[in-house]
Design a protein around this ligand. Structure first.
Ligand SMILES: C[S@@+](CC[C@H](N)C(=O)[O-])C[C@H]1O[C@@H](n2cnc3c(N)ncnc32)[C@H](O)[C@@H]1O
Length: 207
């Protein structure tokens, strides 16, 4: 709908047009200085997989809040970001989400579902796969300087503890959603296939 304000928290490199895509870290920062990044890649200090565009991305550390006025946002989307914050930081950010949302505004959160990760491990018994999914990056590889650009998972969620947290900060109408099942615009672009298998999809409202 025209005039809606939509924000995407921890967007990653693929910011979506029509959304304010916030991200913060060495990789989006270096993307704004392509010459320096090319040099770091050519010296082998950074892997060439870091050579991404980061289009449409606003550099902002979301641990410092959301730089928007209260009651100004219609939709908030965030995928595979909340678990990279300490739990108290996630709680502060969710309070910020509530502050900036308009009345009846909505939030859609996607995180790796701890329950699905555990169930998969109990079924397959592959501890290496489990560790990769639990820690959220290839902790077993020597990534050189690249490692300092990555913050792994700091806390993990299932439907129960995430809905408890969302409810604690004041969201209501919390519902267990599913991959690409939403009235949210652009859900087919924003919900990425790579997160489908282990994703937990939650929506809630500010009433
Ligand atoms: C695992 S990626 C998720 C990217 C994308 N949303 C997705 O679904 O694949 C987590 C993103 O959060 C960003 N991030 C980490 N800490 C942040 C912070 N304090 N403020 C804003 N973005 C942050 C990282 O740079 C990274 O792009």
């Amino acid at each position: 709908m025209k005039g809606e304000v939509r924000i995407n928290l921890g967007s990653g490199p693929d910011g979506v047009q029509g959304w304010i895509n916030y991200d913060w870290g060495w990789l989006p920062f270096l993307a704004k200085i392509p010459l320096l990044r090319r040099l770091l890649v050519s010296l082998g200090i950074l892997d060439k997989s870091y050579q991404r565009d980061w289009r449409e991305v606003v550099l902002h550390d979301l641990r410092k809040g959301i730089p928007l006025m209260a009651n100004s946002v219609d939709w908030i989307y965030s995928s595979n970001f909340l678990e990279h914050l300490e739990k108290y930081e996630a709680e502060e950010l969710l309070k910020e989400c509530l502050r900036v949302l308009k009345q009846n505004g909505k939030i859609r959160l996607v995180v790796p579902d701890l329950k699905k990760i555990m169930d998969k491990y109990l079924k397959n018994g592959d501890a290496d796969v489990f560790c990769r999914e639990f820690y959220g990056f290839d902790k077993d590889k020597n990534m050189g300087l690249g490692k300092s650009a990555i913050r792994g998972h700091q806390w993990m969620y299932d439907f129960e503890n995430l809905s408890r947290l969302i409810n604690k900060v004041g969201f209501t109408k919390i519902k267990n959603s599913a991959y690409r099942k939403s009235s949210m615009k652009d859900v087919d672009i924003l919900d990425l296939p790579i997160h489908q298998e282990l994703g937990l999809y939650i929506e809630a409202s500010k009433v």
